[in-house]
Design a protein around this ligand. Structure first.
Ligand code: ATP
Length: 429
């Protein structure tokens, strides 16, 4: 008799090191050494990017195995031993969780729970009680907060929109040292595989984006639309240090799943939103070079910010004017002492307000610009001396420095879940 077991893992890393994707990759290799293969691709699920207690990218992993019933305890032991030995247990904020779910079906309530872990905030008690209800087995290390993400990773079926990421890991003695990947090979790989792979390079700054800057075991991660293109891209790279192992995850990265359409009055802290409304006043530049404007809909007003590192995107925001109709996507920032602000990820300019500027009329006789004689006293021409008591100033359209369209922050400012515009085939904002 074969049995299906879905496994979820989360909260194994700290700012000092480790990465839950690595714990997943090592677990998969250890299972493989015992002849146990996963069904399909393992999953890398990004959770709520606005959740304040995440370490970095708020990710959890899961995978499914189908094994003879007597092998189930072996699978569980390998998973728990790997998490126990690799997780950063000595760091207070690392509280791993492992969930085993003995069924191939994902019940509706688990799907709905996963959606909430990606878009909202969920309590550990709720995760544990749902696990009990659906018959999932929960293992908590220390406080076990990782159970929230581990269960959510199992609950994501990745059916609608998804991407893949190929991760290459470093040998342990290189962890924390500068990463050695030939940058020219990354540019070449990007040239040959973009947009089937994306976010390899930040074109504006020339920065290589596939190598992280943290002391974690990841050497690089390539994101793309299919496993085949990722393997091709991986082969195109010249890596100047040993690669310990690679893994390809199927993932919800680059799908915009974190965003929820709402009105200003419905904005909640720790969420990411899509809002539509009018620009309530001309944008202002604050110290640090950040650009802020106020968006208004029929229910209220909220500030929207483009931060300095977003460069060209910030220039688009700066060119908005009062009355423009826009749609914005972004995370809700709430900090003591500053007004609630939407941290912009994307901006659609839907309608440009017609802007007019006043100009003195031209002399109908000689074409020179007339001078005003004062309020209600008309205009006169300094060249030919003619007087025009009834003349009125002319209203001319102002040329706008922004066009209708959708704009996004550059890759180096992008959230893992944010959908790059280049992937924008089916959905409109
Ligand atoms: P990395 O991406 O480097 O693996 P991380 O950013 O995923 O690290 P974790 O160390 O996994 O951070 O910590 C996130 C913790 O927050 C986990 O315990 C997870 O279960 C929990 N969590 C994630 N999303 C939510 C949410 N929406 N509500 C409540 N808890 C959450």
């Amino acid at each position: 008799m074969m049995e299906v077991l879905q496994v979820g893992i989360d909260d194994t890393d700290s700012k000092r090191g480790m990465c839950t994707t690595y714990v997943g990759a090592v677990t998969l290799d250890r299972l493989r050494e015992r002849g146990i293969e996963v069904e399909g691709f393992p999953k890398l699920i990004r959770l709520n990017p606005m959740w304040p207690h995440k370490t970095r990218g708020n990710c959890a992993v899961s995978f499914t195995v189908k094994v003879p019933a007597p092998s189930v305890p072996l699978v569980k032991r390998i998973v728990l031993d790997t998490v126990g030995s690799l997780a950063e247990m000595e760091v207070e904020t690392t509280n791993p969780g492992v969930v085993f779910y003995p069924s191939p079906e994902i019940p509706k309530e688990l799907r709905e729970y996963t959606r909430r872990v990606i878009q909202e905030v969920v309590e550990l008690e709720e995760a544990e009680s749902l696990a009990r209800e659906i018959g999932a087995e929960v293992h908590k290390f220390k406080l076990g907060r990782g159970v929230i993400g581990a269960l959510a990773a199992i609950g994501h079926t990745l059916e609608r929109d998804f991407t893949y990421e190929l991760l290459a890991y470093r040998v342990r003695e290189n962890w924390g040292k500068p990463r050695r990947v030939d940058p020219s090979s990354v540019l070449e790989m990007d040239r040959l595989t973009y947009p089937q792979t994306f976010d390899n390079v930040d074109r504006e700054s020339g920065e290589i984006r596939i190598t992280p800057h943290t002391p974690c075991p990841v050497l690089y991660g390539i994101r793309g639309e299919s496993p085949e293109v990722l393997l091709r891209a991986h082969r195109l790279l010249r890596t100047l240090e040993p690669v310990e192992r690679i893994v390809i995850y199927k993932t919800n990265q680059g799908t915009d799943e974190h965003l929820r359409r709402c009105r200003v009055s419905e904005i909640r802290p720790y969420t990411s939103v899509i809002l539509e409304g009018r620009v309530a006043g001309d944008p202002r530049v604050i110290p640090g070079g950040h650009v802020i404007f106020t968006l208004e809909d029929e229910t209220g007003r909220v500030d929207c910010a483009a931060y300095e590192p977003t460069r060209r995107f910030r220039e688009v925001v700066k060119a908005l004017r009062r009355g423009d109709r826009v749609r914005v996507c972004g995370g809700v920032r709430e900090e003591p002492g500053i007004p609630r602000t939407i941290n912009l990820e994307k901006l659609s300019v839907l309608e440009l307000a017609p802007l007019l500027k006043r100009r003195n009329p031209l002399c109908p006789r000689c074409g020179k610009s007339l001078k005003s004689e004062g309020r209600g006293k008309g205009y006169s021409c300094k060249r030919c001396g003619a007087h025009f008591p009834q003349a009125k100033p002319e209203l001319l359209p102002v040329e706008r420095k922004v066009e209708r369209g959708t704009f996004e922050v550059p890759p180096r400012c992008r959230r893992h879940l944010a959908k790059p515009l280049v992937r924008e085939v089916h959905r409109e904002y």
